[in-house]
Design a protein around this ligand. Structure first.
Ligand code: AVJ
Length: 321
């Protein structure tokens, strides 16, 4: 019985490739850097703080759906995967959401996948000590590029768990690609996924621009991460956090906006910004439940179930077949 998890770091998370990707986005017009760069070790901690904010409803709403319907959700999931499935956690972070499913699901194996490797390693070691009976593996992987795990790591039908509306970071085409890859990974099992739903703009904008400024810190911390990753010289004080809801595209957009004209340099590149010019850092898509189900169907899932909260603010979808 393992008492320390296996830990794999896949080449998908190669720091040099990531640095090159970030630099390429910085010199585009408008500049844009993928939201995955929000998650260095501090970024993962700031995200955990966001989930406790009064304004940030997704985490607590999703948890309330599991509190109300968890037993039903888990037995439906086991009906699709068979007993003792492998549980594959995409964007596992602190692993807390998956750990709450260990009781009802009794997974044989837990595979936690995240881009923020050091944060994941710590969380997974603690979890393995609490649950020595479950085989655990951690995978450092940038699944926004491609979701593919080493053959044999999952083995058999799996429950792929993708909670928290992390899928919201993906536009329609990349989301479809990722869902198709998740279906492949489930290998005849199922996908259990959380998706944030359309709601009044004021609720959405407050959730992404909270009064304490934690989301602003989370967004601005990306510049510190880029300084380390690229050897860049961003001065955080010269930037401010912007979050807006685009109702037409039904998505939140986050940007970093230059307070005054500035210039940033890194080995091999530089970029100047005018006052008010922005770096686009994140999209967070919101769906109507029917539209999200249509997306799952388009990705190849035939058997879909849905649970929501009484306000209809968040959806938990189980997809198999
Ligand atoms: C982790 C992508 C689900 O979009 O709500 C939280 C990230 N960004 N506040 C989200 C986030 C700003 C979060 N996801």
């Amino acid at each position: 019985m393992a008492n320390a998890p296996d830990f794999l770091q896949l080449h998908g998370i190669d720091e040099r490739a990531l640095a090159a990707e970030a630099a390429a986005g910085l010199v585009e017009s408008p500049a844009r850097v993928s939201p995955k760069f929000l998650y260095d070790a501090l970024g993962s901690r700031l995200f955990d703080a966001i989930t406790e904010l009064a304004e940030y409803y997704p985490t607590r709403t999703e948890a309330s759906i599991f509190a109300a319907h968890g037993a039903e959700i888990c037995s439906a999931a086991l009906g699709m995967t068979g007993a003792a499935p492998a549980l594959v956690d995409l964007g596992a972070g602190n692993c807390a959401k998956a750990a709450r499913l260990f009781g009802p699901l009794r997974p044989r194996r837990y595979v936690a996948v995240d881009i923020s490797v050091d944060f994941l390693r710590e969380a997974l070691h603690a979890l393995q000590r609490e649950h020595p009976e479950i085989e655990m593996a951690g995978v450092g992987l940038d699944f926004s590029a491609r979701l593919q795990l080493p053959a044999g790591l999952v083995g058999g039908p799996a429950l792929v768990f993708f909670p928290g509306s992390s899928i919201g970071n993906f536009g329609p085409e990349p989301a479809l690609r990722l869902l198709r890859e998740a279906r492949e990974l489930a290998a005849g099992g199922a996908l259990l996924i959380g998706a944030d739903l359309v709601k009044p703009a004021a609720v959405l904008e407050a959730a992404y621009d909270d009064a304490l400024g934690v989301t602003a810190a989370f967004n601005l911390n990306m510049l510190e991460h880029l300084n380390r990753l690229l050897g860049a010289d961003f001065r955080v004080r010269e930037w401010r956090h912007v979050a807006l809801y685009d109702a037409r595209l039904s998505r939140i957009e986050m940007h970093l906006e230059a307070r005054a004209a500035t210039r940033v340099h890194w080995p091999g590149g530089e970029r100047s910004f005018l006052a008010g010019e922005r770096i686009h850092t994140e999209i967070s898509c919101k769906w109507r439940p029917e539209a999200f189900e249509a997306l799952l169907r388009e990705a190849g899932f035939a058997d879909i179930r849905r649970w929501t909260d009484p306000r209809g603010w968040f959806g938990v979808f189980l997809a198999g077949g």
